[in-house]
Design a protein around this ligand. Structure first.
Ligand code: SF4
Ligand code: SF4
Length: 430
């Protein structure tokens, strides 16, 4: 284990951002311990994971400073909560897009002073970060862009707007022609809002270059994900989850380059027979609701029991990078058409019907060489929870071992989850 690892602190920077510094200064040491226990205790990690560990070290300092500097250069910093918000347009405007979904129990009590308790922990965690002034990312953004994917989110944005300027995109809930037209209009309005903030229009060339940059990022993630499917696994599920979480706050070009270096190393490891999990380790795929930083709970439970997670069908996972944008668009109108087509392929459970997601899960299950599927649902997420019924039926039809888990961010159910996952792994191992 690396003894010197410590997540950095910068109280001056946090004060500049009007954070509750007294309270927040306790967070880096706590997160450092969790990170050491969950990640640095692993043996035989790829060496190029060092970059991603560094991104964690700098999560509350160096990366925040880069965002403050971007603002100083007149570039907008925009927070989002959903992979439906088209980051290509933010990037084309020279802006910075940062995912603000909350994955921590530490901010839930702040949210529950205002919001009802029985809503999704992701929404409560994010909202609590802002009202408690205990998230430097939330403090650095110019504004946030919410969406209408689920009820908890869309109603929370009305209240969040009191604390930070909050715009909302309407995401259709069906995928008929008229829904697609609505979505194109929403994307155009989104672009206009970004341009208004910038005080200038986004040029065609900038949009084209940004589409290529984001495509390259998604392709690098696809390459990485197919390499990790190798049996035995050349990288752990915990490390893969971490990389997929960092994708939401790193600079896209730099991130793509580092993922490429990791892929090169994984190819070498496979060629030389160096792996992160033994061949006999049960291979588990996880599907369902996204796991925002620092939600490492389920992966940690699964892998601490000797299994390896080989795929995440999630927005912090394949749903974020499985599709790219066709680059043939001759002008802005055509580019935006192609962009919206790609986004309409995101198979979030907020859509009805959403059978393509069931097919996608089965496809990824086969490609990843998994031996069992754990469907993960955050508490009170009705759409993913109900969709698990169809997923279970599909798995039963296909003879796939299936376990459905509903959880939140508290440590209270860890023992119970361990017992259930352990029994599931025994079932897989036969
Ligand atoms: S699960 Fe749905 S609402 Fe959540 S980030 Fe993904 S697309 Fe957006
Ligand atoms: S996990 Fe479900 S309830 Fe929570 S924000 Fe996402 S779609 Fe909404």
């Amino acid at each position: 284990m690396e003894e010197t690892f410590a997540i950095k602190s910068d109280p001056e920077l946090w004060a500049e951002l009007d954070m509750d510094v007294e309270r927040f200064k306790n967070i880096p040491p706590v997160l450092t311990e969790a990170f050491k226990n969950i990640f640095l205790s692993q043996t035989n990690r790829p060496k190029t994971m060092a970059y991603f560990d560094d991104m964690v070290k700098n999560i509350f300092t160096g990366r925040i400073r880069e965002m403050v500097d971007a603002k100083g250069e007149g570039r907008p910093v925009i927070g989002t909560f959903c992979v439906y918000v088209p980051e290509e347009i933010i990037h084309a405007a020279g802006g910075v897009c940062v995912g603000l979904c909350g994955g921590s129990q530490g901010s839930i009590a702040d949210a529950e002073k205002i919001l009802p308790r029985n809503i999704c922990p992701m929404v409560k965690s994010a909202f609590g970060f802002k009202v408690g002034r205990i998230c430097p990312f939330f403090q650095v953004v110019d504004f946030v862009y919410g969406e209408t994917t689920c009820d908890a989110k869309k109603k929370t944005w009305e209240i969040l707007d009191r604390y930070v300027p909050t715009h909302v995109m309407e995401i259709p809930q069906m995928k008929r022609e008229r829904d697609k037209k609505l979505w194109v209009e929403e994307v155009k309005d989104f672009k206009a809002a970004i341009e208004k903030l910038m005080g200038r229009e986004v040029a065609e060339d900038e949009l084209r270059a940004s589409i290529e940059t984001m495509n390259a990022k998604r392709l690098a993630m696809q390459r990485l994900n197919s390499l990790r499917h190798h049996n035995p696994a050349p990288i752990s599920g915990r490390d893969m989850l971490l990389i997929q979480q960092i994708a939401f706050y790193d600079i896209p070009e730099r991130f793509t380059e580092k993922v490429g270096e990791l892929c090169d190393e994984l190819e070498e490891r496979i060629a030389s027979g160096e792996y992160s999990a033994p061949e006999e380790a049960p291979r588990v795929m996880v599907s369902g609701t996204p796991m925002a930083l620092p939600n490492w709970k389920l992966h940690n439970i699964i892998e601490s029991l000797g299994a390896v997670v080989v795929n995440e069908e999630s927005c912090i996972g394949t749903r974020y990078y499985k599709d790219t944008i066709e680059t043939g668009g001759a002008n802005e109108e055509e580019m935006l058409e192609e962009l919206t087509k790609r986004y309409m392929k995101v198979d979030c459970s907020c859509f009805t019907p959403n059978d393509e997601r069931i097919d996608q899960v089965l496809k990824e299950y086969r490609e990843s060489g998994a031996e069992g599927l754990i469907d993960y649902c955050l508490q009170f997420c009705h759409t993913y929870n109900i969709e698990a019924v169809k997923l279970r039926e599909a798995c039963e039809r296909e003879g796939i071992p299936f376990l459905s888990i509903e959880s939140d961010y508290s440590p209270e159910d860890v023992g119970q989850l361990q017992t259930r996952v352990e029994a599931f792994l025994e079932q897989i191992e036969g």
